[in-house]
Write a protein of this length. Structure first.
Length: 136
């Protein structure tokens, strides 16, 4: 049990750091590049930023699933709920990100970007509370 809690705390710290890096990458993509679109030539740094942002999003999703599984093993209801809400928030942000990439330049893309931002904020709140509630 103690090693599960210790592992969980390390994973939650990692996902919080990952969320901060993801936010910075997302701002860089928004400021300096756009999602790749057919027939459009982007600078290489734009593609690199977009790919890094996308891959980190996938890693965060996998990490959220791992944290949820670990949290269920602790048998603590609040820890399990916070990890579930954090995972659902990352799924929301990930879905918003896929929609932004798929929709290109449109009003719906801006709405999807808003959904992605809400998912990020919720994930950061839930994982922050989870980190504070998991004791060594």
């Amino acid at each position: 049990m103690a090693s599960t809690v210790s592992t969980l705390q390390k994973r939650v710290r990692g996902i919080l750091i990952g969320l901060v890096v993801q936010f910075i990458l997302g701002m860089a993509v928004n400021l300096f590049g756009q999602p790749p679109q057919e027939g459009m030539q982007e600078p290489i740094y734009s593609r690199i930023l977009f790919i890094a942002h996308s891959l980190l999003g996938l890693l965060l999703l996998i990490g959220a699933i791992v944290i949820f599984v670990l949290a269920k093993k602790t048998k603590e209801e609040m820890v399990a709920k916070l990890s579930l809400y954090g995972m659902l928030s990352i799924i929301l942000a990930f879905g918003g990100g896929i929609a932004v990439a798929a929709l290109g330049e449109s009003n719906f893309s801006e709405l999807a970007s808003f959904v992605m931002a809400i998912g990020f904020i919720l994930a950061f709140i839930f994982y922050g509370k989870l980190f504070a509630s998991v004791k060594k």
